[in-house]
Write a protein that binds this ligand. Structure first.
Ligand code: ZN
Ligand code: ZN
Length: 412
């Protein structure tokens, strides 16, 4: 595994202005001084600057890098390969600036970009989608061949601006030392388009839009829960949007609930609308029972960060099981696991999920080229797992997750 970095972010409480440090993945911020809770959102992606040690007299030039931390999946004829990566890449194509952020110390504290940040900000001209190809090329070498389909499931996607300045040559402002890159003699940096740093992080109140009660969540939670009016809220842009959720009945009071995105897909190019279709598509050795043609097919994807291998196994097993009990519109009264994988990213995994169970395998290449899958709607579903000594077990699925793996995944 590549080095995984969890940066710390230096910021201020929006309520009292007290300085604060939070983790990169943190969204629900509780001020140590005024105790006010707020939820952080960005209008598109989070934008940070790396700290500068450049002499004060130097005008800083901020060069943008896409940062992608998450899972890469590749489907080949013989299966699905996966890798967890933490990578960065130029958001402006340039032979003068370093191609990646390089190995930066975890001790560096980032700051949010605000309109008050001084310096010249180069405008990103490479889209994230455009540079995902670079990640595939860089990491694809170790994955099964030939690659029929790639998926990128980002748990953290951000723009990080690194400070540089010019004094005869190009200096890295973080290290305050000359860069090793190309000479800037024949290169006019002023030609690169710049823009004003007009972004600002938004802090939302964590009050239930429905009843005004304080919403609950873990620090890195992407869904906030209201225990008063039993509702679940998902930040979309600068607003909280109510989402549908349900809970599986559990026989065991010791259950821990793991959250899943249950996604209703629109599939073009393959007949997979119902549970009975799934029996054929996945060649499951079961006799189709009456009524199964009325059970709508759904994809299931973990709503929490977990290693790519487990993520894939859980997605496949849950999707094949097509659990369909009556869901209770209740929040789990027991322990429940944090929701920290966005549904937008879960949607990126649907084709890989299909590839994991599609039979016969020799038709997979055709299918992956012609089938089109989009998410129509989604729901959050809590599924009970029973705690054993070393693992959590889903009894109906007969699936076990090692406790250590889950704990370690929190740091992904
Ligand atoms: Zn405060
Ligand atoms: Zn409420």
């Amino acid at each position: 595994m590549e080095a995984i970095i969890n940066f710390l972010i230096e910021h201020q409480c929006p309520q009292c202005g007290a300085p604060a440090i939070m983790e990169e993945t943190e969204r629900l911020f509780v001020c140590k001084f005024c105790r006010v809770r707020s939820y952080l959102v960005a209008s598109d992606v989070f934008r940070y600057i790396l700290p500068s040690k450049a002499p004060e007299s130097k005008e800083l030039l901020y060069f943008p890098y896409w940062r992608f931390k998450g899972m890469l999946f590749s489907c080949a004829g013989n299966g699905v390969g996966h890798k967890f990566v933490d990578v960065s890449h130029q958001a402006v194509s340039s032979h003068v600036f370093p191609v990646t952020l390089g190995l930066r110390s975890q001790a560096l504290k980032l700051k949010f970009v605000t309109p008050e940040t001084e310096g010249r900000f180069l405008k990103p001209t490479q889209s994230l989608a455009g540079i995902e190809q670079c990640f595939d090329d860089r990491f694809g070498k170790t994955l099964p061949k030939p690659v029929l389909h790639h998926a990128h499931i980002g748990e953290t996607i951000s723009l990080i601006y690194a400070p540089f300045y010019i004094e005869n040559r190009l200096y890295d402002g973080v290290l305050n030392s000359p860069t090793a890159g190309a000479s800037i003699d024949d290169f006019d940096i002023d030609q690169l388009p710049a823009e004003n740093p007009h972004w600002r992080i938004h802090f939302m109140a964590t009050l239930c839009p429905n009843c005004g009660w304080d919403l609950d969540g873990e620090r890195d939670s992407l869904v906030l829960l209201c225990k008063n009016c039993t509702s679940a809220w998902y930040p979309v842009g600068k607003r909280l949007k109510q989402i549908k959720f349900g809970k599986h009945p559990a026989g065991d009071s010791d259950a821990i609930y793991l959250p899943f995105w249950r996604i209703r897909p629109k599939i073009k190019g393959l007949d997979l609308q119902t549970y009975s279709d799934l029996i054929k598509v996945a060649n499951i050795p079961k006799v189709v029972q009456p009524g199964w043609e009325n059970i709508g097919f759904r994809f299931w994807v973990p709503a929490f960060k977990v290693r790519p291998k487990i993520f894939m196994q859980l997605s496949k097993n849950m999707t094949l099981a097509q659990f369909n009990p009556d869901l209770a519109v209740e929040l789990p009264e027991n322990r429940h696991y944090r929701i920290n994988l966005p549904v937008t990213e879960a949607n990126q995994s649907l084709k890989v999920n299909l590839a994991s169970f599609f039979r016969p395998k020799n038709r997979l290449a055709d299918i992956l080229h012609t089938v089109n899958i989009t998410a129509q709607s989604f729901m959050l579903v809590y599924v009970p797992f029973i705690e054993k000594h070393h693992e959590y077990i889903q009894p109906d699925l007969k699936f076990a997750i090692n406790k250590n793996i889950l704990t370690l995944s929190e740091h992904l």
